[in-house]
Design a protein around this ligand. Structure first.
Ligand code: NDP
Length: 310
């Protein structure tokens, strides 16, 4: 049973996604890490329950999240069956395809063949009839964009996705995609890009400004730079941290420059009564055109800390 007070003040919790009819929580939950088959299921369950109980309606997935690839969607499927099925209409669930998912020529990039098989697999794993949002996860320079985009349009026509999004595409193809989708009555809902205090590429390259002008939402992934912009690495590299795995986050990122930045953020945060993570999230949410920050967390405590920013 979800908390009866989960929505509190809607204006505080939600932002309108561009010029669409959709409201998204200012803080959304991402399942790239910490929700795979190798992670404790009860922890994943506790995190999603805490999120939903506090008005976090948007869970973000992709075909390849795990490890192993696909297992985060399986976790979502188990959660749907056990807990969330009665709340399906209160949830906004996204998935993506673009990166390597299976062997052979049809297991990645942007062909109709790959995207269609991938979305069908995702729906089966998540035990869903449809996703709220389907993304092209990356730009494919070798597939005509019309093929990729028409596949997205068709997903909406087939009822497999309610909205479409684009992630990690450069600006010029993004502009072409916006036109193509608009002309077919399936407007681009949202762009998902990496934006945080260290990596400001979508701002530097004009992507955020373009989305704002066109009424497209923008959701910032890795808003804490995978944990760099928190107190996690202030005093070393904890053994249970993402950096300790030396895979997606290498220890060479813990530089004297980063530590100086963290100490400055810590001091600024003290003035506002905020943690480093809250400072980092507040900075993104203050950028005009940002709809939501898409956090990853490995504990309920971290999520609680991050939610205090709103
Ligand atoms: P973050 O930048 O939020 O990093 C998450 C990590 O930061 C956590 O796993 C945890 O590290 C640490 N952390 C989080 N909150 C706190 C806190 N309050 N105090 C201390 N440490 C904290 O995001 P992710 O890189 O995980 O990405 C978030 C989501 O964005 C993904 O799940 C996915 O949905 C999406 N994404 C999309 C991509 C795309 O190509 N479209 C690419 C990457 C992400 P630890 O695990 O060490 O405890």
């Amino acid at each position: 049973m979800a908390s009866a007070s989960r929505y509190g003040e809607m204006n505080r919790l939600f932002n309108r996604c561009g010029q669409s009819g959709v409201l998204l929580p200012k803080v959304s939950l991402g399942m790239w890490h910490n929700f795979g088959a190798e992670d404790p299921y009860e922890r994943s369950r506790a995190i999603t329950h805490y999120a939903f109980d506090h008005g976090i309606t948007h869970f973000d997935l992709a075909n390849n999240y795990g490890p192993p690839a696909g297992s985060a969607e399986e976790t979502m499927g188990r959660l749907m069956e056990q807990d969330f099925a009665p709340y399906r209409d209160e949830l906004f669930i996204s998935t993506k395809a673009g990166y390597l998912m299976w062997d052979g020529p049809y297991g990645e990039w942007g062909s109709r063949k790959y995207l269609t098989a991938s979305l069908d697999q995702s729906l089966r794993r998540m035990k869903l009839d449809y996703v709220d949002l389907f993304y092209s996860h990356r730009y494919d320079p070798d597939t005509p964009i019309e093929e990729t985009l028409q596949t997205l349009v068709d997903f909406v026509r087939q009822g497999k996705a309610l909205y479409v999004g684009i992630s990690n595409w450069p600006l010029e193809p993004l502009k072409a995609a916006t036109r193509y989708l608009h002309e077919r009555g399936v407007p681009l809902l949202i762009y998902q890009g990496r934006l945080n205090m260290i990596d400001r590429k979508p701002m530097d390259e004009g992507i955020l400004a373009f989305c704002r002008q066109e009424g497209i939402g923008f959701i910032a992934y890795s808003p804490l730079a995978q944990g760099l912009l928190t107190d996690r690495y202030l005093d070393g590299i904890p053994s249970d941290s993402r950096m300790a795995k030396e895979h997606f986050l290498k220890s060479e990122r813990r530089t004297p420059e980063l530590l100086r930045m963290l100490h400055d953020l810590q001091q600024e945060g003290q003035a506002h009564g905020r943690t480093i993570a809250q400072e980092a999230l507040a900075w993104i949410l203050a950028q005009e055109g940002v709809t939501s920050v898409l956090v990853g967390v490995s504990s309920v405590e971290q999520l609680k800390n991050n939610l205090a920013v709103i």
